[in-house]
Design a protein around this ligand. Structure first.
Ligand code: GDP
Ligand code: MN
Length: 376
């Protein structure tokens, strides 16, 4: 889960990284009051989970509270790369002497973390990295050792950062470890005119698998999740929303992943991943199908179950239950095989619902579901 800048700022502050005084609001009038409390001048910043806000006009330096209100009103109406701006942060302006870039990111392929740092931070960091990669230092960080003072000195040396940043480099690593983040990024980390080091922007991506032990973000996750994913999670379902039009329900993560591949191989795009798990009951099947059918992007649904512990007749019962509860308007192609497949197929055949078709193979079922989705 990505955090907003103001949440990243909160974590930096908690771990002793210097940050400007700041406050968040959704109200332009309130923005005026915050600017006054900050001393009149302020930086008004869109809070959206995407970069490049500065270039999009979502970061404005204002000279007085009235201008802060005006800037907040404008920024709150913006859409930045498809992200509507719901709140702004007002921060005390800082007199910048130099801008640096620093991040720690998990390098999955290499099996360690990577410190990425540059003395040429700021809004052009992407161009710098693309055109002059030598200006960006990349130092492996052994997760078992972490960033000690010695490591931080090496990172600062390699990137050309002043020694005053070393303490912040160590603390930023502590943010990553203690807050269970997969990425922490500060751009810009600045040297102020009066010689202090300060984090003026922050991006933090938390490890979703660790959220259970990070109580601070419990509600946040529910709010930030896709509404369908939130609904599925509330039912205890393993559901991931994707971009396509063929809804997919299966049992076992491996089978569901193969089903996604087969659907893609048939020229359609899967709308989701949904694993009802081993030994799924009719209730779980009905809940799963209901979630998939409620996705407006779904044009057809493919139910692909290979009964092991799961009995296909229970799956068939679950499909009938969902038909009753949801009253779908989209075609459903069902392939049942394995444990009790004969009984499951017979249950569906006897019911003869006009929107439900059966197929005997996974490939055949996927072809049919793909065709129904692309024809619709
Ligand atoms: P981003 O464009 O989404 O990365 O947003 P940032 O928070 O990084 O802001 C973009 C740029 O605005 C920074 O690179 C700074 O140059 C500038 N900026 C941000 N805060 C301040 C500030 O307090 N004072 C000054 N002078 N510039 C700032
Ligand atoms: Mn930035």
């Amino acid at each position: 889960m990505d955090l907003y800048e103001h949440q990243a700022r909160e974590l930096f502050e908690k771990h002793g990284i210097p940050v400007p005084r700041a406050e968040v609001t959704a109200s332009p009038e309130r923005a005026r009051g915050i600017a006054r409390a900050l001393g009149g001048r302020a930086v008004v910043k869109a809070q959206v989970k995407t970069g490049g806000r500065g270039k999009a006009g979502g970061v404005r330096l204002v000279a007085d509270p009235a201008a802060a209100e005006e800037a907040a009103r404008q920024i709150l109406g913006m859409d930045i790369k498809g992200h509507p701006v719901g709140t702004v942060m007002l921060a005390e302006p800082v007199d910048i002497e130099r801008e640096f870039y620093v991040s720690y990111v998990l390098d999955r392929a290499a099996g360690h973390f990577l410190a990425v740092a540059s003395a040429e931070g700021g809004m052009e960091i992407e161009e710098v990295a693309a055109e002059r990669p030598e200006a960006v230092a990349r130092i492996p960080v052994d997760p078992a050792v972490g960033v000690t003072t010695a490591t931080a000195v090496r990172i600062a040396d390699a990137a050309g950062l002043p020694p005053q940043t070393v303490d912040t480099l160590v603390r930023l690593w502590q943010v990553l470890v203690r807050e269970d983040a997969l990425l922490v990024e500060v751009n810009p980390l600045v040297r102020t005119a009066d010689g202090r080091t300060m984090a003026l922007d922050g991006k933090v991506t938390l490890d979703d698998n660790a959220l259970f032990r990070q109580a601070r973000w419990g509600d946040e996750r529910a709010i930030s999740a896709d509404p369908l994913e939130a609904r599925a999670a509330a039912k205890g379902l393993n559901y991931v929303k994707l971009d396509g039009e063929v809804g997919v329900v299966g049992n076992g993560a491996g089978l569901v992943m193969s089903t996604l591949d087969v659907v893609a191989g048939c020229g359609a795009r899967p709308a989701n991943f949904l694993d009802i798990g081993g030994g799924a009951s009719a209730r779980v099947m009905a809940d799963g199908l209901a979630v998939v059918l409620s996705d407006p992007a779904v044009k057809s649904v493919l139910v692909n179950v290979f009964g092991g512990i799961t009995a296909c007749d229970a799956v068939a019962d679950g499909i009938l239950r969902a038909l009753e509860e949801v009253r779908p308007t989209k075609p459903i192609v069902v392939r049942l095989d394995g444990n009790n497949a004969g009984r499951g197929r017979a249950v569906l055949a006897a019911h003869a619902h006009p929107l439900v078709e059966q197929a005997t193979t996974m490939d055949g079922a996927a072809r049919r579901a793909a065709r129904l989705a692309t024809a619709a």
